[in-house]
Design a protein. Structure first.
Length: 161
């Protein structure tokens, strides 16, 4: 009976240890994924297309979902090269994308980030919506954005500057 109790306690402690390690790994990856998103927006604010480029996978895809002036729902595909060129082209005002209510989900080498945003050009509010990112962890254990889709609107926005 003593052996059984010892074995049971050992197994429970081992499982607890494994769960803590798993949670620590998730927390570590969550921090790394969040840092990728923050690096993107810091690069945009600085107009640094090289910095922005570092967070994207070479095969990244980008989309925007919005309503036209005629209230038609549209989906527009963007190109990473065009986005990088726009970020890096000097502009008079800072592009400032403020995010909030960020949710990060991870399973192995796949991560998903859902975050609300408000976009400002200088101090002037431009639009808001949701950014939905999918990231992958590459063979070098580096997280990169593989897919980005956002919504854009000008009403029902939380515009915390």
């Amino acid at each position: 009976m003593t052996y059984f109790k010892f074995s049971t306690v050992f197994i429970l402690l081992f499982l607890s240890f494994m769960q803590v390690n798993s949670q620590n790994s998730f927390k570590s990856d969550s921090i790394k994924v969040h840092k990728v998103i923050i690096t993107l927006f810091d690069g945009m604010r600085k107009g640094d297309s090289c910095k922005v480029h570092t967070v994207f996978h070479d095969k990244a895809r980008m989309y925007t979902s919005f309503r036209s002036k005629n209230e038609v729902q549209l989906l527009e595909e963007g190109k990473l090269d065009d986005f990088l060129k726009a970020v890096g082209t000097p502009h008079a005002n800072v592009w400032d994308e403020k995010i909030s209510n960020t949710i990060i989900q991870i399973d192995g080498s796949l991560a998903q980030v859902w975050t609300y945003y408000s976009f400002f050009i200088g101090d002037k509010f431009s639009h808001c919506g949701v950014d939905a990112f999918q990231l992958i962890k590459d063979k070098n254990m580096k997280w990169q954005i593989i897919n980005l889709i956002d919504t854009r609107r000008v009403e029902d926005c939380i515009t915390n500057k």
